[in-house]
Every structure is written in structure tokens, then in C-alpha cells.
Unconditional design. Structure first.
Length: 573
């Protein structure tokens, strides 16, 4: 009786499958997954035996004609069969030394309700007997383990052909699906992202609209490393024009933090501390909302930091800017200039004002600008600052590879400070834990004073890694605000028409605590304020000096006059 019941259930399910309609988005999303899976798993596809992009372009018109789930499944089955026999080599056993990190790994879609049981079995068999040689389309970079592209199609996309556009979207989606170490941390499930991005891809009418779709797709990665760079004719003049200063978004306003072109700023009476509330009749709050799904960032602090670069750039020469000063609003019609005009040198010079690599402040406190200190400078820095009672390492920038020499100086012992996850190319989508990195050495003569590390949203990647290393000394205090939350190296992918990138390996503390999106959490949180910027103060540095003098203090406590404030204010100029 049970066998009869099971027989009728199978017959009923197959009948239902043959009658159930399937939407275009459902078909394309499933095809994207099957195509990407075969690209890295099927022994003959992953070996490079087929022109895999052309295979996709050939099968998509057939997919479009499939009206039912049965037709769709049969089409995919026949496609897989046409690739040739997959030899049984299972079970494939992993080394006992391999420890997998599987928060990213998910092939449950193989049992998609859209698929016939036969199709699901074929896909599962391929997983169990997957390709074990050198991948044809990707390779792991030596020493670090993240992936890079090879043998990808050089065909230019046809922005009037939906299948040509879908090919590029499928390529990028699958790269994230199999090789992005933090896929499990995205705000939106990556499968849902695919379903949402497919209709937008089809609707895009030209190159500009298509790359807007690519930006939206990339923003869903939620990774501060990720940007989209669209290639254009190098002979064409830049359309970008720039506000003559840099700024920071605070409380839905842009506050000017640095003048980049003195004469241009003077012409429009632009000063540090000026507050911008509108650009071309749009409030900063409205601009934030408009760009929410166009910028990839690990957290809000980095999103606003990336966004301000867009706010202060325009395609128009004439820009209306609304300012707020002393409680009153005023609008200026400004001329913004690009980097190809006569002001180019001034912009460059203004952006590269001479800074000191290190110095001794009053009260015998050392200061190091990690963004300009080079390896060759470290011995002189150590000699100059080894007798100080504290050293402030300013990592609100991008350090220049000085981490090991400084760690040896401040650490009394060798300490592991980071461990990693790297993609397993023999089982795409899975990541494995790799050995970590240590800093410091056995050093009885290590620095005995206080170590202070300053961080903010500009502290990204190598800078965050540096802060992790210094913290491992056990003698460091992190002061500032949330860092970028994108640690580790990057994987760069160049396609025809654009280039994009994302974090290539996972970076964790030795106890496997996450750094991605979270960032390096400060021991003492301090955020710059509009009032502080207007007064010419570095509130984060002030807090560091106050901590050195008094130990744990309230963040609103004022710094004593004995600290050389003029000296302090000039540090980053």
C-alpha cells in the first residue's frame, strides 16, 4: 500500500510540475545559479573545454521559451548532458588539517522547487564529483589566497541586448556567491538580491543605465572595499568639477574640514567649519537617501564618508550651494573647477600640504602620522620617541607598511593578532581557516609608555589590520570612532566596460571574532562635532592627550591648558 501511495505522489508531483507556470525572473535566477555552479564545478567546464559565456548566450533564448517548470528542468538537464559524462570520483575527502568556515556555503538551491528530481540529482552528483584540477576561470593569489580572474571573455557587452547584459550580471553575482568571504554578512540575502537585480538589468536601455544597475548590485555587498569604476575614453575630458574643499557629513549636513584650493575658496569665502545644507536645491538628507543603494559600505560611518566625495563633485560648472551660518541660511552660485583646467596644480598642492611624520609634543608625548611614516623613517622615529611617556599613533589614514617594525618596538612578546578565511578552489563557495599573523617579538627593551591608536572611518583595510596588531601588545588604547569595517586584501575584477573589487579574504581576531562591518571597536569613542571643527579642534586627539594625562576620563571633559593646543591643531596641517 505504501509503494502504491508513493507511486501516485510521484506521478502527481510530475503532473503538477508539467503544468506549473514559471516567471521570467524565476527562470533567469535559477539559470544564473546553474551556469555559475557548472562554471566552477563541472569537470569539463571548469577545465576550460567550452566557451562558457557563449554557452550561456546560446541557452538563454531557449530558456525564454520554456513556459512550465517541466520544460525548464528538461532544458537544463539536456544542457548538462550535452557537456559530457561526469566521472564518479566521490567521496572526495578533505585533509584532516583543514578546518572549514561554512557560514557562506549554501548549495541548498540545488533542490529548488522549480527543478525536477532528475535535475536536482544531476546537480548533486556534480557537486560530489566536482572538478579537482586547476580552475580555468579563477586562480588563487600566492601567499594570500584570494582569487583573481583569468580566461574571461573579452567580448564587449551589447547594451541593447538583454542576454549580453545578463551575462555580465551573472558573472559578477557568481563571483560574490563563491568567492566573497563575507557574503553571510550582507544586509540582504544574496539570492533575493539576484531576483531584484534581474528585472532592472532587463529594463536598462543603455550603457549609463546598465552601469547604474551594476552599482546597485555592488552596493548590496555591503563592503567598504567595493567600488565600481566605469571605463571611458581616455581622450575625453573629465566632466567632473569639484568644490574647492573637503568635508564631512555630520547630522545631515556637510561641514568643511580642509581647504584644497586656497584662491578658489577665498573667492567664494569658503572656510573650514562652514556648513553646507543643500547642493543644487537638494538637502544633504535627500542626497543621502538617493545614494543609499548606489554606494557599497560596511557601515554607516563609511557610507557617509564615501558619499561626501559625491556631494562635493558635480558635472555642472555652476552649482548652487546653501550654507548655514549663525542660524541663517544663504545660497551661493559657485563655479566649480575640474582637474584639467588652470587650477589643477593648486588643487594638487592644496591637497598635499606638508605634514610632520613624527614629533614630540609638550609633556613628553610622542606623535606619529602613520599615513606618511615610511619604513625607512621607523628607526629615527623610535630613537626620537623611545623616551616619551606616551606615543599617539594616528591611523586615521592608510599606513605604509610599518606595522612589523613598530610592533617589535611596542610589544614585549610575539602575539598572534589576526586569523583568516580563504576560498577553497577545490570546493568553490567553501572557505577554510588559514594560519594567522603574529606581531612583535621577545623584547625586554620594548616601549614601556602608553600606546594610543587614533581611528575613524578613514581607518580601512591595512589600517585596521595595523590597529589590530598594535592592540595585541596589551598596552594600547584605541580612541576614536567606528572604522571602515573592511579588513584584509582585495580581489579586483576587470570586465569589459568596468572594474570592481571586494574584500578577498576574511579577517578575524584570533578568537574568531569578526572585524568586517564592525570595524576596530574603540576603547574610548569620540566623534568630531561641527562645533569642534569650527573651533579648529581635533577632538579625538584632545581626548587622547587627556587620557594620557588623567587615565580614564569622560569624553566631554575639557582638556587642560597645560597641553599645547596650538601645537596640537597644527599636527594635521
Amino acid at each position: 500500500m505504501k509503494k502504491i501511495t508513493l507511486f501516485f505522489l510521484i506521478v502527481f508531483s510530475q503532473t503538477l510540475l508539467s503544468q506549473t507556470k514559471i516567471t521570467e525572473t524565476e527562470k533567469l535566477a535559477a539559470t544564473c545559479k546553474v551556469w555559475g555552479f557548472l562554471k566552477y564545478y563541472h569537470p569539463k567546464v571548469a577545465n576550460g573545454d567550452f566557451n562558457w559565456d557563449q554557452q550561456l548566450l546560446d541557452v538563454l533564448p531557449k530558456i525564454e521559451k520554456a513556459e512550465t517548470q517541466k520544460d525548464f528542468s528538461l532544458l537544463l538537464e539536456n544542457w548538462i548532458d550535452s557537456l559530457g559524462e561526469v566521472k564518479k570520483i566521490a567521496p572526495i575527502t578533505a585533509s584532516k588539517e583543514v578546518e572549514y568556515f561554512d557560514k557562506n556555503f549554501d548549495l541548498s538551491w540545488i533542490n529548488n522547487k522549480l527543478f525536477s528530481r532528475t535535475l536536482s540529482k544531476k546537480l548533486k552528483f556534480i557537486e560530489e564529483n566536482r572538478f579537482q584540477g586547476e580552475q580555468f576561470y579563477v586562480y588563487g593569489l600566492e601567499r594570500v589566497g584570494n582569487v583573481a580572474l583569468k580566461n574571461e571573455s573579452a567580448a564587449n557587452p551589447d547594451f541593447t541586448d538583454k542576454n549580453s547584459k545578463l551575462r555580465m550580471v551573472f558573472m559578477l553575482w557568481n563571483l560574490v556567491e563563491y568567492f566573497f568571504p563575507y557574503k553571510y554578512q550582507t544586509d540582504e540575502n544574496w539570492n533575493i538580491t539576484l531576483e531584484k537585480i534581474i528585472p532592472l538589468t532587463i529594463q536598462s536601455k543603455n550603457q549609463e543605465e546598465f552601469f547604474l544597475v551594476i552599482r546597485k548590485l555592488s552596493s548590496r555587498i555591503n563592503d567598504s572595499h567595493t567600488d565600481v569604476y566605469v571605463y571611458r575614453n581616455s581622450d575625453a575630458p573629465s566632466a567632473a568639477r569639484y568644490f574647492p574643499a573637503d568635508g564631512k557629513i555630520i547630522d545631515n549636513k556637510v561641514v568643511v574640514t580642509e581647504i584644497l584650493a586656497d584662491s578658489l575658496a577665498q573667492a567664494d569665502d569658503i572656510k573650514v567649519g562652514d556648513v553646507i545644507t543643500k547642493v543644487d536645491n537638494k538637502t544633504i538628507k535627500e542626497i543621502i537617501a538617493e545614494n543609499r543603494d548606489l554606494i557599497s559600505a560596511s557601515n554607516e560611518a563609511k557610507f557617509l564618508d564615501k558619499l561626501v566625495k559625491s556631494v562635493l563633485v558635480s558635472k555642472s560648472e555652476t552649482v548652487q550651494v546653501e550654507f548655514l551660518k549663525n542660524g541663517k541660511y544663504s545660497t551661493k552660485t559657485m563655479t566649480w573647477y575640474d582637474y584639467h583646467d588652470s587650477h589643477r596644480n593648486e588643487f594638487k598642492k592644496g591637497a598635499k600640504k606638508k605634514k610632520q611624520k613624527f614629533k614630540v609634543l609638550e609633556n613628553n608625548i610622542g606623535y606619529v602620522d602613520m599615513g606618511i611614516l615610511k619604513e625607512k623613517d621607523v628607526p629615527n622615529m623610535i630613537e626620537a620617541l623611545k623616551g616619551t611617556k606616551a606615543i599617539v599613533f594616528d591611523v586615521r589614514n592608510y599606513p605604509k607598511g610599518t606595522i612589523h617594525e613598530i610592533s617589535n618596538f611596542i610589544n614585549a612578546h610575539e602575539e598572534k593578532f589576526a586569523i583568516y578565511t580563504i576560498p577553497d578552489l577545490s570546493y568553490p563557495g567553501r572557505f577554510k581557516w588559514s594560519s594567522g599573523t603574529s606581531s612583535g617579538s621577545e623584547n625586554k627593551n620594548n616601549y614601556k609608555g602608553k600606546v594610543i591608536v587614533l581611528v575613524d572611518e578613514n581607518t580601512q583595510s591595512h589600517a585596521e589590520w595595523t590597529a589590530m596588531s598594535f592592540r595585541a601588545s596589551g598596552n594600547a588604547t584605541i580612541i576614536g570612532s567606528q572604522t571602515s569595517g573592511a579588513d584584509g586584501n582585495i580581489s579586483v575584477f576587470g570586465f569589459n566596460g568596468f572594474r570592481t573589487l571586494f574584500s578577498g579574504i576574511g579577517v578575524y581576531y584570533p578568537d574568531k571574532k569578526e572585524t568586517q562591518r564592525v570595524g576596530i571597536v574603540p576603547d574610548i569613542e569620540v566623534k568630531p562635532t561641527i562645533k569642534g571643527i569650527q573651533e579648529g579642534r581635533d577632538e579625538v586627539m584632545e581626548q587622547a592627550l587627556l587620557f594620557i594625562e588623567k587615565g580614564n576620563v569622560k569624553t566631554d571633559e575639557k582638556i587642560k591648558s597645560k597641553v599645547d593646543l596650538k601645537n596640537l591643531q597644527s599636527l594635521r596641517n
